[in-house]
Write a protein that binds this ligand. Structure first.
Ligand SMILES: [Zn+2]
Length: 206
């Protein structure tokens, strides 16, 4: 089962971590430098046209890297996991927060969901959407006690009740895993074999 959570794309409950689609960040400086260097060029001049072509090429490169990375992630997840859980995140609410907006837009969360939906159908996996009010981040995946507050800057979840210290996204992913597991058991999916699993690994082997 692959469960992933939070705005950080994508931490699986198996502790596999994919880097977010940070292509834009990687080439952001280059793009800014290029735009700055060409700021005084006369619009319409041949030098200006040359610079525009360079800038357009860089934009295309960034878009291609983002698309490619996202496809690799979603194909890997849909192929290798029988059950995939995603949080039904309040993306529009988060986009209202300036600090988060760029990061979320950069990660292409909607596109991730869209790709997972059709790839799960293609590879015979099950996509489960968990209600966004489920306290996946604030709940301790070890003792299940729920924190009152958890700021976005707290990257490590420290439980005051049982003392566990765990990566924030991994904690949320394990919580999703536990929540979906009960749904899976109830719907009888537990006995399903994933078509990609030649060895017949049960979907509960996460
Ligand atoms: Zn705990």
């Amino acid at each position: 089962m692959a469960c992933f959570a939070a705005i950080y794309l994508a931490t699986l409950s198996t502790a596999e971590v994919f880097d977010g689609v940070k292509a834009y960040k990687q080439y952001e400086k280059k793009l800014a430098r290029l735009t700055w260097r060409n700021r005084h060029k006369e619009p319409g001049s041949s030098n200006w046209k040359k610079a525009q072509v360079k800038i357009a090429r860089l934009h295309r490169k960034i878009a291609n890297i983002r698309k490619d990375t996202l496809h690799k992630i979603t194909t890997y997840i849909a192929k290798n996991h029988g059950v995939i859980a995603v949080e039904n995140l309040n993306v529009s609410g988060m986009l209202a927060n300036h600090k988060l907006a760029l990061a979320i837009a950069d990660m292409g969360f909607y596109e991730l969901r869209r790709q997972l939906e059709y790839k799960c159908q293609l590879y015979g996996s099950k996509l489960v959407v968990v209600d966004r009010f489920f306290p996946s981040s604030k709940r301790c995946s070890n003792c299940l006690c729920v924190k009152q507050t958890l700021s976005l800057s707290e990257r490590t979840y420290c439980c005051s009740s049982c003392g566990i210290q765990i990566d924030r996204d991994l904690n949320a992913s394990i919580n999703l895993h536990l929540a979906v597991r009960s749904t899976v058991l109830a719907s009888g999916l537990e006995g399903c074999r994933h078509p990609q699993d030649e060895g017949g690994k049960s979907v509960s082997d996460c």
